[in-house]
Ligand binder design. Sequence first.
Ligand code: GCB
Length: 612
Amino acid sequence: MRWVFTIVAFLAVLALPAAAQELRPAYLLTGAANREVQDLSGTWTYSKDLYRTGLTDINGWVAKSRMQRYRDVDVAAEEARGGATFFEFDLDRGPQMAIPGAWNAAEPELRYYNGLIWFQRKFTPKVFDGKRVFLRFEAVNYKANIYLNGKEMGRHEGGFTPFVIEVTHALRAGENRLSVGVDSTHDAQSIPTAITDWDLFGGITRPVKLIYTPETFIDDATLTLTPERRLKGVAQLNGPRAAGQVVTVSIAGLKTTMSATTDAKGLAVFDLKAPRGLKLWSPDTPALYEVTFSTVDDRLRDRIGFRTVAVKGCQILLNGKPVFLKGVSLHEEEFGSHPARNMTEAASRALLSEIKYGLHGNYVRLSHYPHSEITLRLADEMGLLVWSEIPVYWTVDWENPAVLQKALRMQAETVFRDRNRASVILWSVGNETPVSAPRTQFHAAMADNARALDPTRLISAALLVERKGNEIYLADPLVDKLDVLAVNTYAGWYGDDPLSAVPGLQWNVPADRPLILSEFGADALAGYRDPTATHKFSEDYQAEYYRQTLKMADRMPTLNGMSPWILKDFQSPRREHPIYQDGWNRKGLLSETGVRKEAFDVLATYYQDKQP
Ligand code: GCB
């Protein structure tokens, strides 16, 4: 019997190991949604900068001041004055774009723009005497250079995780000028690299908010249920009075409160027997509690669900009971013909509703990168278990320590953002990465990092399989690091197997651990029918592929769940068949506009009948 949870592991919830602690961003501002916030979404102006003249001049010289798009200058007023000075930009009079949203969908000429674009937003802050003010970017893809009133405030790399910059002392009364250089270029050292099977969309893809806090504030607080039915957690204070403060936690509806005093670093640690009346979170009963952390200065609210997840032998246990993960994979792309990766609550709810109510699912693989906080919070609210991953996908520069550090930091940003989400049960450390010693070391470091950052969840990775005749097997040393094995398999789509052969494939995988089919799928163009089910790209072929693959799945004894590829057709520049694909990966069970294909019903019926 292999229990993932041990008392020792849980001690780590209380104090992060040194290496993991170093990955904690200076500011997190989790629970920002419930704070005093000024949303900077709306109309911004922009200026394209394909040759990066705003950042550097020829020969690597400092950029010419007439090119520096982030300058705090009223170009029109300067021009009216006349004289020798002139400019080759004017953000105040530039074209406009709605933010958040990828630029690729904003204008036809930007559809395949890949490079640097400067964005500008002017705003007037609220009165903030005695308060601190932060800018929180929920996601900028891929690199961001941030300037306020012409001064550089910070940089960030990584397209899917939030970052926070303090601007208290850089703000001025009245109008302020916020400039953001967004570089969508991916290279061999980026995560992911430039080679993927999805659209690498550029831009300020998630909201930007100004957040106002007291001088000493609760930067982050977490509370989790242990298998011993204790509620354990921490609160991290930031500010001049962070040490020696009493932090009180109360859980609405449970008449439960507890207090702890912060140490010299502003950290308070909680440990309390879970109250008897605590309702456990599960997909069937997604109970969320309003949890409030308060100090004399500040108050932070979050809606938190309490549940346990563990592995026992080859089963996954949710709240101590076996669960079969009935899921599907999802890219972050809203319905419609021109998606901008703009995950409004309505857009996200529309996608998740198809999983929860259409497919009768209880699980979603949020591939291949951290999705919007909106989606995670909805998964909590609607009752969907979540697999979360960062885009260590196919190939990254395995032997480069700087790239590993980047991956670990991205992973930390994800864990810190989402560790209060009951829905998240799995941290994945990679997708379909070809086995080699440096690659396995890289993933092993990620697995150790994820466990150190969060010992309460399970670790997995979507692995490649090997094939010998009729036998499919795993030959990947990474399995030793994983709680749950996961494999992507496409027999019947890629390769020569006829569909009739798929159920008979023999799976040879470790018998002591749960297995998930993290992907399987086949392309189909919605509306293209072929009753013989012998033509690839037809709905009939895709439906038959699902029937046969599900038969195969039923013969896999350690199988604990699946997330077929994929809920909805998604944009991918790899997919250029002019009749069937036209720039879309067609493995969706739904077309890009939400039309259900026949295979959708095949999977929905299977899930409706499926018992753990
Ligand atoms: C995979 C990848 C996924 C692709 C999919 C496909 O194995 O993990 O990102 O989109 O196959 O459609 O080939």
